[in-house]
Design a protein. Sequence first.
Length: 239
Amino acid sequence: MARRGKKYREALAKVDRTKRYTFEEAVKLALDTSYANFDETVEVAVNLGVDPRHADQMVRGSVVLPHGTGKPVKVLVFAKGEKAKEAMEAGADYVGDEDLIKKIQEGWLEFDKVVATPDMMPQLGKIGKILGPRGLMPSTKTGTVTFDIAKAVKEIKAGKVDFKVDRAGVVHAPVGKVSFGEKKILENLAAFFEALLKAKPSAAKGQYIRGVTISTTMGPGIKVDPNDVRNLIHKYSGD
């Protein structure tokens, strides 16, 4: 195992690894222990009580964070005619059809999100093996296969985050930047957990949210009490 640097060890020393913090305590501590010379991303990892090997326990969804992620997102749209025009007017960075498919086949991947109209999906099969493993393939479940192109593009630009449980039963998501400050990150966290609770599969039994960890890009993980989720939503949700 690689030896951690002095700044990381100093940050870790401030974290009580036997404690389960409240969200407010954890976010404050994460910001206090941030030490990188760039604006670190604040991330959340959630251990769920599901078995992703079973299709009826798959957890997947999306949420538009009220304050965005703090990261500029390049959006590519596969559409034709009027829908292509709508995409451009909504702020898409790249719009096309066969021309973009060919470009991707040749190795071009300078984009972060992909949206497509339903009629374009059969053609996207040609690049499924390129987009799929990178989590870029459009999907109806995340609202990225739609005729409402303008809405999809605007939501992504505003800070829409897609989440999906991994093989270990964990969901990861960015919830802002250190520069956001505590309140904005807590409000983003509240929106994320609302969406995560709504995505709970009916087949999931027992405790759904089993563990929560908050960290910055370079900082140590800070464990949060899962029982504080309802309090977080009650206090910081915009609803």
